[in-house]
Design a protein around this ligand. Structure first.
Ligand code: SIN
Ligand code: MN
Length: 226
């Protein structure tokens, strides 16, 4: 992105906030390293099969809980049956700081404890259709981070996949939070812009998106293993 063009934080809809350039280059690099590690296992990154026979065009790896359409489990029963990597405390801390930043309120993160992250890798042809994040049993906000190539992010309404929606360009380092009245809004990624990322992030091509969520599912075991 051209740093000479200011991109101030913007409320896209009530409870939905875009914070351009929130992550530093160092933070992006660290996230790329972590995602690369998770992509290798215990549950390797894969193209998710949809119940009707289709395959998603993004590749996905999860931490904390494994997502498959349309439920969460601790083990990746549709991949290799292994338990997914634990959700690290440092990532939860980043999620909490994201809420404070997006909502401009130090109390915005009170009680916020994300326990899963879906990490999606987009190549130049990948897309994501309009959908709601509704497999969680919690209305806590979703925190979304972008690294690498920019994309067109379409943020709609809670009623229908169709208009009204707002198109936003998400670039490397951008934060997008959707909570409150926008938590169950339809959203999607109609287009990725290949070659727009900075290889200094450690990602030579493609787009990485990390969404942190609260599943609302019961955690077992000692705190920190959730
Ligand atoms: C998602 O909706 O789960 C991903 C959104 C994005 O890639 O920005
Ligand atoms: Mn989503």
């Amino acid at each position: 992105m051209n740093a000479l063009i200011p991109r101030p934080p913007m409320e896209i809809a009530p409870g939905a906030v875009h914070v351009p350039g929130w992550l530093s280059l160092d933070q992006q690099r660290e996230l790329v390293v972590a995602c690369r590690e998770w992509a290798t296992g215990p549950v390797p990154i894969r193209y998710t099969r949809l119940p009707r026979g289709g395959v998603m065009s993004v590749r996905t790896v999860c931490v904390g809980w494994h997502w498959q359409p349309y439920r969460y489990s601790r083990t990746a029963d549709d991949v290799n049956g292994r338990r997914v990597a634990a959700f690290p405390g440092w990532l939860a801390g980043l999620g909490r700081r994201a809420l404070v930043e997006a909502y401009g309120d130090p109390a915005a993160c009170d009680g916020y404890a994300p326990d899963t992250a879906l990490i999606n890798f987009y190549d130049g042809e990948s897309r994501m259709g309009m959908h709601q994040d509704k497999d969680e049993r919690s209305g806590a906000p979703v925190v979304s981070l972008t690294i690498g190539d920019s994309c067109l992010f379409r943020f709609g309404n809670t009623e229908t996949r169709a208009k009204p929606y707002t198109d936003v360009e998400l670039a490397s380092g951008d934060l997008f939070v959707f909570g409150g009245p926008s938590r169950f809004a339809y959203h999607g990624v109609p287009k990725v812009y290949p070659g727009t990322g900075d290889p200094a992030t450690g990602l030579a091509s493609g787009r990485l998106n990390i969404t942190m969520r609260v599943t609302g599912l019961p955690s077992e075991g000692p705190p920190g293993e959730g």
